[in-house]
Design a protein around this ligand. Structure first.
Ligand code: ITT
Length: 205
């Protein structure tokens, strides 16, 4: 159901793939102006020094909120592979042995670590979404989805580890899903759907 809302929310991410997904997931809040860091002229590189997704999501949400003075939504997320004891986890964006690594480099690094380990390589994606409103306590939601890592890349959509994250029930990787299909089952989709009622409350005040 569409809800007419007035106001603006800053989507505090430098990750273009995440940004597109957040824009789609929040589009049901009709009338809400979804702003990017570029729209408000902010270029922040928040140091992710937290020990949990929750802490890092809070660091990002509060930093952007404090600079722009707008209600801000941030996401901290990652991939956890059971055979690697939950790695890369909060290090997912930095999982590599080379500076300036790309998403493809990180996927190759992960697969090299898994080589020789018995399959299936079960894994989950996790997302923590925060909403940081000026003058209010920060609100949090968590979302997850389960699948397995496969050794060959499949699909062109999405970003990050999507081409090697496989859903056995669907017979597809995350990168073989359309944006809508991914959002319906993804960790980020699940977390953002949790946040929608609170966002409606905030903007209907
Ligand atoms: P921001 O902090 O600016 O939002 P980031 O990419 O650095 O961007 P994170 O610190 O939360 O964000 O790192 C999340 C990483 O986890 C991301 O860079 C991907 O490598 C991986 N990841 C998270 N969600 C994913 C998804 O939906 N599909 C594929 N990989 C994902």
């Amino acid at each position: 159901m569409l809800t007419k809302l007035k106001g603006a929310i800053l989507l505090a991410t430098n990750n273009a793939g995440k940004l597109i997904e957040l824009q789609q997931l929040l589009s049901e809040l009709e009338g809400l102006n979804l702003l990017t860091p570029k729209d408000v002229g902010i270029n922040l590189d928040v140091e992710e020094v937290g020990h949990t997704y929750m802490e890092n999501a809070r660091l990002k949400g509060e930093a952007y909120r404090d600079v722009c003075g707008l209600t801000t939504l941030a996401d901290d997320s990652g991939l956890e592979v059971d055979a690697l004891g939950g790695e890369p986890g909060i290090w997912s964006a930095r999982y590599s042995n080379q500076p300036g690594a790309s998403d493809a480099d990180r996927r190759a690094f992960l697969l090299a670590k898994l080589a020789g380990k018995p399959r299936p390589w079960t894994a989950r994606f996790v997302a923590w979404v925060v909403v940081a409103e000026p003058g209010e306590d920060v609100l949090f939601w968590e979302g997850e989805c389960w699948g397995e890592i496969i050794p060959e890349e499949r699909g062109e959509n999405g970003f990050g580890y999507d081409p090697i994250f496989f859903f056995p029930d669907l017979g597809k990787t995350m990168a073989e899903l359309s944006d809508e299909e991914k959002n319906r089952i993804s960790h980020r989709g699940n977390a953002v759907r949790g946040a929608l009622p609170a966002l409606k409350d905030i903007y209907q005040k």
